[in-house]
Design a binder for this molecule. Structure first.
Ligand SMILES: CC(C)(COP(=O)(O)OP(=O)(O)OC[C@H]1O[C@@H](n2cnc3c(N)ncnc32)[C@H](O)[C@@H]1OP(=O)(O)O)[C@@H](O)C(=O)NCCC(=O)NCCS
Length: 185
């Protein structure tokens, strides 16, 4: 178990704090079909699923590995969404984010992602962070492109697209992958 205080990330307008059960209702309410259009996980059918996810995240949180946060407004502490670093393979941790619908378009997504990647650069030893995005997820791709992350291409210069079934049998995701190399000191 780690000292959770140390795992808080502060940016100009936001706090990213380790997830706790206190956010179960908001996550259950806000993580809906519209949000998950381009995501592999799908909305929980019952709040017990959300609580099980939070419990698992708390139990497996280990410093910056499996780092699952809620994004809060720094002043009001309003819940704005979630961001995470999942490192099944510590050499190539995966970065992810969702913002609640009512907070879209305020550059919160970019600010949170920048806070998270900066902290990962400082605290984690990795080869690259990866950010899988559905090829049609324009806002998410714009964040990656604006930060100059590296889009993976094949030998002919075409984007590498991987088709993945989601947990919903009727939905498929078409991932492209951005990579963020470890900064050399
Ligand atoms: C992707 C997401 C996190 C972006 O968060 P956000 O705070 O709304 O995004 P930002 O305000 O930081 O904007 C990022 C860029 O997308 C653009 N953008 C935002 N909404 C857009 C839309 N509906 N259509 C086109 N561009 C859009 C912004 O103008 C900005 O572009 P810019 O750099 O050219 O100014 C948010 O849309 C989201 O949670 N989506 C659902 C979950 C999801 O898909 N997560 C990502 C999985 S990879």
């Amino acid at each position: 178990m780690v000292n959770k205080e140390k795992l808080v990330i502060e940016t100009e307008r936001l706090l990213l704090v380790p997830i706790t059960m206190q956010y179960a209702e908001e996550i259950f309410k806000e993580f809906n079909r519209e949000i998950t259009t381009y995501m592999s996980p799908k909305p929980a059918k019952d709040i017990s699923e959300t609580k099980a996810f939070i419990q698992h995240s708390i139990e497996t949180m280990n410093a910056w590995i499996n780092y699952q946060t809620v994004i809060l407004d720094k002043i009001t502490k309003e819940f704005l969404g979630c961001a995470w670093l999942h490192a099944d393979n510590p050499k190539t941790p995966e970065l992810g984010i969702w913002i609640k619908k009512s907070a879209f378009g305020k550059k919160i997504g970019r600010e949170a992602i920048v806070g998270l990647t900066d902290r990962a650069q400082k605290n984690l030893d990795f080869e690259y962070l990866f950010y899988p995005v559905d090829k049609d997820n324009i806002p998410s791709r714009k964040i990656a492109e604006s930060l100059w992350w590296i889009l993976q291409k094949d030998i002919d210069g075409n984007d590498i697209v991987t088709n993945n079934q989601t947990i919903d049998p009727n939905s498929e995701i078409h991932w492209v992958e951005y990579r963020i190399p470890k900064k050399q000191k």
